[in-house]
Design a protein around this ligand. Structure first.
Ligand code: FAD
Length: 462
């Protein structure tokens, strides 16, 4: 592994050792910084560490509940082909004989990949496991530094002072719920997808699944294998049936729920249901971060932030890795980490605080001008390939295109941007998620491109 000698080595805390934190630790150390990673759980991998455990409150609304971090279900397979999911220099190829060799592997294979990454780059040596960060605030002695207070699972508390804190705590743990008029007196069972693991509790039941994005699609087909009927409530209704499941129907959004157990959809259809599964996404949540209002979360916009990473008033001491969603996540974590590492060492300069603020405000105004709600601020993808953004014009891509974003960061820190093959694979893959039907993971026709990709992988040093 190469390490560069930098002008200023910093002492940096990384909060959370999922896919974002792991690569952040590696890039920070490569740049010459000293790093301590704090991880609440016993293992690296974050979201990809499957557990049967769920939270006691099935909608996860109680702020004092015991948190279960992971939101993945037992049947989960990746929604992108493995070749484009991995970090740039550590391809996500088949791991071992006891893994899952499929192109869209199950969650265990992703965890194995992340564990292998941690081992390869000796990242675990720098992690304090089973240690939850409780508070991050300016140091009382020197407000250019940050005090991190933490507590281990055995109850031992402590604190350390850092030059910078990189926040990688994930954003798929704090559920978001749709407002349904009348739901308070609806008598059925409700859960959020965060607490969904297996379909068995829904055997022979009539179930409504709200949401038809990746998790909504997966969970509704999972439940359809065992339930009497599954009704998906979707903002993007194309037809009223779904794939090869006779017991699965698609409806528009819900108009209201009633005391007699019925649910009325906006097309006037009425369904008497036993359960509602809310696949309605998650909220950004930083309970440990005390910034005196310099960073807020409003309608799921974390801001103000310069390019989704640095809060202008606190940069570069506080940074966020992994806020944008929907795109090539691991690649994005890596390139954002390179930027943060190089800014902290002084190798790359940020604009002055007021310039960063101006840029953030101009970005938010542009979103507003396009009619994009705040909650889509961190939606980073290629809108030309994404039906959720189907009403936008191609020129709007400049606001939210992930490739433009990666290219911009790469230029800042002088690193390689997204490979052409990765971009091509992703653009095909994201369309399949929405239009490829329920077997999209097992059908493809890009053999030639895959050959090219594996030739590129072979050029990487072992
Ligand atoms: P996480 O993996 O959530 O890691 C955050 C870590 O921070 C956790 O280990 C947690 O324990 C720790 N932590 C949190 N708070 C604290 C604290 N206070 N103190 C200490 N530690 C703390 N992406 C893809 O690329 N492909 C897919 O197929 C795919 N499928 C997905 C399926 C589902 C159901 C979901 C919800 C997401 C999926 N994603 C997928 C996106 C996923 O977000 C990323 O792949 C990625 O794994 C997220 O990594 P992360 O490090 O940002 O967060």
């Amino acid at each position: 592994m190469t390490s560069v000698i930098t002008s200023r080595a910093r002492h940096v805390a990384v909060i959370g050792l999922g896919a974002a934190g792991l690569v952040a630790v590696r890039e920070l150390r490569r740049e010459g910084h000293t790093v301590i990673g704090f991880e609440r759980e016993k293992h690296v991998g974050g979201l990809w560490v499957y557990t049967d455990r769920v939270e006691p409150d099935s909608l996860s609304v109680d702020p004092d509940r015991t948190i279960v971090h992971s939101s993945i279900y037992q049947s989960l397979r990746t929604n992108l082909p493995r070749e484009c999911m991995g970090y740039s220099d550590f391809p996500f190829v088949t791991r071992s004989s006891d893994g899952d060799p499929r192109r869209y592997p199950d969650h265990r294979e992703v965890l194995m990949y992340l564990q292998d990454f941690a081992k390869e780059f000796k990242i675990e040596d720098m992690i304090r496991f089973e240690t939850e960060v409780l508070c991050v605030e300016p140091s009382p002695e020197n407000n250019r530094k940050w005090r991190v207070q933490f507590k281990s699972s055995s109850g031992v508390s402590g604190e350390d002072i850092f030059d910078a804190v990189v926040v990688c705590n994930g954003h798929f743990t704090e559920p978001r719920l749709a407002h349904i008029p009348g739901i308070e007196s609806w008598p059925g069972k409700q859960i959020h997808s965060h607490n969904y693991r297996i379909p068995d509790p829904f055997k022979d039941q009539v179930v409504i699944v709200i949401g038809s994005q990746a998790s909504g699609n997966d969970i509704s087909t999972d439940i359809a294998t065992i339930a009497k009927e599954v009704h998906i409530s979707s903002k993007m209704v194309a037809s009223d049936s779904y794939g090869c499941y006779d017991n699965l129907r698609i409806h528009p959004t819900i108009y209201r729920a009633r005391e007699d157990g019925s649910v009325v959809f906006r097309n006037g259809k009425v369904v008497f249901a036993d359960a509602i599964v809310h696949c309605t996404g998650y909220k950004y949540h930083f309970p440990f971060l005390k910034t005196s209002g310099y960073v807020t979360v409003e309608d799921n916009r974390v801001g103000p932030l310069y390019k989704h990473v640095f809060p202008p008033a606190l940069a570069p001491g506080i940074s966020f890795i992994g806020l944008p969603f929907m795109g090539l996540q691991f690649f994005m974590f890596e390139i954002q980490s390179k930027w943060v590492a190089s800014v902290l060492s002084g190798r790359v300069k940020l604009p002055a605080e007021d310039k960063m603020m101006e840029e953030a405000i101009a970005f938010y105004s542009k979103l507003e001008g396009l009619g994009i709600p705040k909650r889509y601020t961190h939606f980073l993808t290629d809108p030309r390939g994404n039906p959720m953004l189907g009403t936008f014009k191609p020129e709007d891509a400049v606001v939210i295109s992930q490739s433009d974003y990666f290219n911009w960061i790469a230029k800042q820190c002088g690193c390689t941007s997204i490979e052409r093959w990765r971009e091509r694979l992703y653009n095909v893959a994201i369309k399949k998620v929405f239009f490829g039907g329920d077997s999209y993971r097992d059908r493809w026709d890009d053999d030639q491109l895959i050959e090219e990709v594996y030739r590129e992988f072979a050029k990487l040093k072992p």
